[in-house]
Design a protein around this ligand. Structure first.
Ligand code: RFL
Ligand code: PHB
Length: 393
């Protein structure tokens, strides 16, 4: 089989890239190791930057997002006895949207169904070959156990942190930077109306907590826990008690409404960047090239930003035989990646308890400044609500 662009991974990055390229008449095939149900049901990100929403709108994918998503003006920052609202719209002229990654992935899947595009789910043994030549190809085993080979002009690795694409780049041409944080998140999904209009990011000596949401009837909440935490140690009652304490139940009459928990998981926190994001005819996008801790809500947004830049670069390469944007892709994308890596690290280190009393005092001093000085608030707002897709050099 032959295609112009073989996309490995049908997460948001892979599906969006194939959608944007197909709209420009570029032939694409998407290969995914999991089932479609699994990919569309995986609970992950919830916050979309204004520029992410712009990309979806321009691609004709924003209709349900605007109908069912929530436009938020900003966030609340909370620590014991204090709560401050940061209004991003007032501060930097743009807010964010709450819309689950599950929904975004379903919208992308539906658009692919309408276009009748080529996607292979449940594949195994995906392997990349000859990426340093003009004739790269991908081999895999299809869902019926048959060995397949897909020849392409370009291969794009959108296969997340553990996929084979990044591994296909020789070690001696790839630089890697990594930080593992000494904490994890326990995330829960609950069938209860959110107790807040906009997200609450809370610092507490017991650990960080976050109140997010998915709809008018579903809340998404997170607690800082030790890495390696056994989920069995956290009963629903213990989770709601910890959330109430850390999120400031009782502060100015505010109350956290508990409800039935429908999903619980523990997530490690790390920062990771691999560069360059291109090697020969292989391009990497999204989590395949970089991971951020979720405190800045940047992972999905970075994946979309990579893809928006890459789609245009591949269009120029394949339709106009102009390689300039493709040659610049890694550098262009990495500028934003490192800005978001810094912001995510900064939010993480400001908000997570370390157990060290000196750290706690520094964090409180920092929070006080961020939540009350125009410069502090604007810096957070500018980064959280999102920077331009391609940062200027
Ligand atoms: P994905 O979504 O991981 O998709 C990669 C796809 O590749 C497939 N794959 C393979 N396919 C074929 N052959 C193979 N050998 C393969 N190996 C893997 C996988 O099955 C998968 O379908 O990466 P992508 O597309 O780059 O998208 C990135 C985002 O999913 C990720 O950055 C965000 O979810 C991160 N994130 C958040 N980002 C935000 O912007 N805002 C948030 O609020 C936010 N919250 C979160 C998050 C991530 C979380 N977790 C669990 C990692 C909250 C959580 C809990
Ligand atoms: C979420 O709703 O899952 C979410 C929101 C904000 C974050 C991380 C996760 O910073």
């Amino acid at each position: 089989m032959r295609t112009e662009v073989a996309v490995v991974g049908a997460g948001p990055a892979g599906l969006l890239l194939a959608h944007l390229l197909a709209a420009d008449g570029v032939d694409c095939v998407v290969l995914e190791s999991r089932s479609r149900e699994y990919v569309e049901g995986r609970i992950r990100a919830g916050i979309l930057e204004a520029s992410t929403v712009d990309v979806f709108d321009r691609a004709g994918l924003g209709e349900r997002l605007h109908r069912e998503g929530f436009a938020h003006r900003g966030i609340h920052l909370h620590w014991p006895h204090e709560r401050h609202h940061l209004d991003f719209v007032d501060l930097v002229g743009r807010g964010v949207w709450v819309y689950g990654q599950t929904e975004l992935t379903k919208d992308l899947g539906a658009a692919h169904d309408r276009a009748g595009s080529a996607r292979w789910y449940d594949v195994s043994d995906t392997a990349l070959h000859d990426i340093e030549t003009d004739r790269p190809y991908v081999t895999f085993v299809d869902d019926e156990g048959a060995a397949q080979r897909m020849d392409a002009d370009v291969v794009v690795g959108c296969d997340g942190s553990f996929g084979p694409s990044r591994q296909a780049v020789p070690r001696d041409v790839q630089d890697v930077w990594q930080r593992d944080y000494p904490y994890a998140w326990l995330g829960v999904l609950a069938d209860v109306a959110p107790s807040t209009d906009e997200l609450i990011y809370a610092w507490h000596p017991d650990g960080f907590a976050l109140h997010s949401m998915r709809s008018a009837h579903v809340s998404r909440l997170y607690l800082q826990v030790e890495p390696g935490t056994d989920i069995e140690d956290w009963s629903d009652e213990r989770i709601w008690d910890a959330l109430a304490t850390r999120l400031g139940d009782g502060h100015d009459g505010w109350q956290l409404m508990p409800g039935p928990i429908t999903d619980k998981s523990v997530l490690p926190m790390r920062s990771f960047v691999a560069a360059p994001m291109r090697h020969g005819r292989l391009f990497l996008a999204g989590d395949a090239a970089h991971i951020v801790p979720p405190t800045g809500a940047k992972g999905l947004n970075l994946a979309v930003a990579d893809v928006a830049v890459l789609a245009e670069a591949l269009r120029q390469l394949l339709r106009k035989h102009d390689a300039s944007l493709a040659d610049a892709y890694s550098q262009t994308a990495l500028r934003r990646v490192w800005r978001c890596t810094h912001f995510s690290w900064w939010m993480t280190t400001m908000l997570h308890a370390t157990g060290d009393p000196f750290d706690a005092q520094l964090q409180l001093a920092q929070l006080q400044w961020v939540a009350t000085s125009t410069a502090g608030m604007t810096g957070l707002a500018e980064n959280y609500a999102g920077l331009p897709l391609a940062l200027e050099a």
